[in-house]
Write a protein that binds this ligand. Structure first.
Ligand SMILES: NC(=O)c1ccc[n+]([C@@H]2O[C@H](COP(=O)([O-])OP(=O)(O)OC[C@H]3O[C@@H](n4cnc5c(N)ncnc54)[C@H](O)[C@@H]3O)[C@@H](O)[C@H]2O)c1
Ligand SMILES: O=C(O)CC[C@@H](O)C(=O)O
Length: 393
């Protein structure tokens, strides 16, 4: 029985991928084999010695101390692309909210008083303050052309906007999906100086924090609109508010409210709703539940942010999963220990990523605790476990 701890509400569709006969799933339990999480911050949480995997039911992993998990041989999975359409739709809504002053107009309408004749009169007198502008012909700059950025760029093209994008590490997969007439910006500075709207779809890292600051805002077109559905911290909010107050920026739409932003007349903040659709919540939960299950049951790895992709079909034998540093002679030492315990390797696969390697070894006899201890004692081995035998179909 594997134990799975949930730190946030995880869609039932995902939890249903973990059958109750094999998985105990609860928000409070001791010695979890895996944790499923959405946005809960894990940086200051103790890490149980039993933990083998973390499944992030979403895209961003800045709430998880990934390097520390790697150091302990714990796999971290996310759900790439599973909520991208949900975010894209909210970004499109955000552009319209800003361009048509929808939030401000709605607030005005909610505060109207008097009988309907009085309201009608106030509407006609007041509406001129909410005159907006249309999207076709305007330029959208998209920073980060991954799962979300590509969808946003293509949707904006379909709305008649000119689109320029910047992503120095764009994948071939994303490049194939991108509409051919999305123009490549030479740099962030090039992009910000030519855009009417800017939308950010990058992870929050030390390199992307405050990627938009006072200096970059000064080089923007007058009346530009910023959209941040990525992470709190990508934009320097103090600089954005100063520029809004000075009339340099037209509007700021973001998914991360704060005391500074929440009541500003030119800011629309939403309570981190980017991925909050039934479809996205289900997609993310199903994807990470399947990935965590595959890793716990078979050692196979898909969509990890710190482990290499590795897939070895179960063709009999008793499987051992070794996570080790990617240094010379690890396989030599592991196979020597197996041989000394009289175990024969019938299948083996080793994959590495950066400083870490995963080795799946199928051996001819059930593995003993003493063998696990010997291999765990090899300098550079981060974790070892023997898996229950696969259920034969
Ligand atoms: N508001 C929400 O609810 C919500 C939902 C999903 C994702 N997000 C955020 O959006 C981010 C992007 O999600 P995604 O699914 O598109 O991820 P992704 O990994 O598919 O794409 C991220 C892209 O950013 C690019 N990138 C990284 N650093 C860059 C830089 N300095 N300049 C330009 N490009 C850079 C990468 O090359 C990659 O192509 C996530 O990391 C997460 O923080 C927010
Ligand atoms: O789980 C959520 O609601 C937010 C997820 C989002 O921030 C992400 O990075 O995928």
């Amino acid at each position: 029985m594997y134990k799975i701890q949930t730190l946030n509400n995880i869609s039932v569709a995902g939890l249903n991928r973990l059958p109750r006969e094999q998985f105990e799933v609860a928000s409070e339990l001791s010695h979890p084999d895996a944790i499923l999480v959405r946005s809960a911050k894990m940086h200051d949480l103790p890490v149980p010695a039993s933990l083998k995997a973390i499944g992030r039911a979403g895209a961003g992993v800045n709430n998880i101390p990934v390097p520390a998990m790697t150091e302990r041989g714990i796999a971290v999975f996310n759900a790439p692309g599973a909520n991208a359409n949900a975010v894209k739709e909210l970004v499109l809504a955000g552009m319209l909210l800003a361009a048509r002053n929808i939030a401000q107009g709605w607030q005005f309408a909610r505060e109207l008083e008097g009988d309907d004749a009085a309201i009608g009169k106030a509407v006609e007198a007041g509406k001129k303050q909410f005159v907006g502008f249309e999207l076709p012909g305007r330029t959208l700059g998209v920073i980060g052309l991954g799962a979300i950025g590509v969808l946003v760029a293509n949707a904006a093209r379909a709305l008649g906007m000119k689109v320029i994008g910047f992503d120095p590490s764009i994948t071939v997969r994303s490049a194939w999906k991108l509409e051919a007439d999305v123009e490549r910006a030479l740099s962030i500075d090039d992009l910000v100086s030519r855009s009417d709207f800017m939308s950010f779809h990058v992870p929050l890292t030390d390199k992307t924090r405050h990627m938009i600051n006072a200096e970059r805002i000064q080089s923007m077109r007058d009346g530009a609109v910023l959209l941040n559905f990525s992470r709190d911290g990508i934009i320097d909010d103090d600089a954005a508010v100063t520029a809004l107050d000075a009339g340099k920026l037209y509007a700021y739409v973001c998914d991360f409210p704060s005391n500074l932003l929440k009541t500003h007349p030119r800011v629309v903040t939403l309570p981190h709703l980017g991925a909050s659709t039934c479809e996205a919540e289900e997609n993310c939960a199903v994807m990470v539940a399947d990935q965590v299950r595959a890793y716990l049951e078979d050692g196979n790895v898909s969509n990890s942010v710190n482990f290499p992709e590795i897939h070895l079909p179960r063709n009999g034998g008793h499987r051992m999963v070794v996570v080790n540093r990617n240094v010379p002679n690890m396989l030599g030492q592991i196979s020597t220990d197996l041989a000394e315990d009289g175990l024969n390797i019938i299948d083996m696969l080793n994959r590495s990523r950066d400083d870490l390697a995963v080795t799946l070894i199928d051996i001819d006899k059930p593995c003993q605790e003493q063998t696990v201890q010997r291999i765990a004692g090899i300098d550079g081995v981060l974790s070892v476990r023997c898996l229950p035998d696969a259920v034969q179909a």
